[in-house]
Design a protein around this ligand. Structure first.
Ligand code: ADP
Ligand code: 5GP
Length: 208
């Protein structure tokens, strides 16, 4: 008699890294081959950049609305970053995970620490640039922020990269395709964890 399959709960995957390291670019590459992953669209009070769409890159909201969401406990985590609020909707994440869908969060380090506290089983991946000079080049090339904002983001980058020791995996974004491939391998390995596969061995080793 075949054993009933345990209903798989989705995996919560957190990707952090300094602004401009290439998180969005690597995520786009990853999602092009892993269409089964749900990308969590965060809420933010920052102004949309050219090319960004409401509901796609972020849900753009006012400070008032964001503070209402904090007060109503609607966020899994939130943080203030370079003068703006950013946060993750608890409801959407919970629904997806309950349906067995893997969920990917692109969030900064304070938010990731909060996720670690609330969801210890989450997989935390930190993306670093090949060098600080390359990070500066990428921030300038993106051409979306004022020089002063870029300088603040570069200063913050050094502090943020120190937090990488709290993450499960460290990936260098040298070439986009390789970085995305490495993340795919990490996710594959996570699926093979004994604790997640014990149900496959039950019929062989028996149940007590
Ligand atoms: P983040 O989401 O981390 O803020 P982006 O994905 O917006 O960063 O990338 C910042 C800039 O760096 C963009 O112009 C992007 O095209 C470029 N970029 C991203 N990854 C790489 C890479 N591996 N090599 C060269 N340029 C990259
Ligand atoms: P950006 O303004 O460059 O889009 O994002 C700035 C930083 O905010 C990035 O490090 C990004 O990962 C982070 N961020 C985006 N969404 C969230 C979120 O929902 N929560 C937290 N804590 N950080 C977020």
């Amino acid at each position: 008699m075949s054993m009933p399959q345990k209903k798989k709960r989705g995996e919560l995957i957190v990707l952090s890294g300094p602004s401009g390291v290439g998180k969005s670019t690597v995520i786009a590459e990853l999602l092009s081959s892993r269409r089964d992953i749900h990308f969590s669209v965060s809420f933010t009070t920052r102004q949309p950049r050219t090319g960004e769409a409401d509901g796609v890159n972020y849900n753009f909201v006012s400070r008032e609305e964001f503070e209402r969401m904090i007060a109503a406990d609607e966020l899994l985590e939130y943080a203030e970053y370079v003068g703006n609020y950013y946060g993750t909707s608890l409801k959407v994440i919970r629904e997806q995970l309950d349906q067995g869908v893997d969920v990917l969060l692109d969030i900064e380090v304070q938010g990731a620490a909060k996720v670690r506290e609330r969801c210890p089983e989450a997989v935390l991946i930190f993306l670093i640039p090949p060098s600080i000079e390359e990070l500066s080049r990428r921030l300038h090339r993106r051409n979306t922020d004022e020089e002063e904002v870029i300088q603040r983001r570069l200063e913050k980058a050094r502090q943020e990269c120190r937090e990488c020791v709290r993450y499960d995996y460290l990936v260098v974004n040298d070439a986009v395709v390789s970085a995305a491939g490495e993340i795919q391998s990490i996710l594959q390995a996570e699926q093979s964890r004994t604790q997640k596969r014990l149900h496959l061995a039950e019929s062989i080793i028996g149940q007590d």
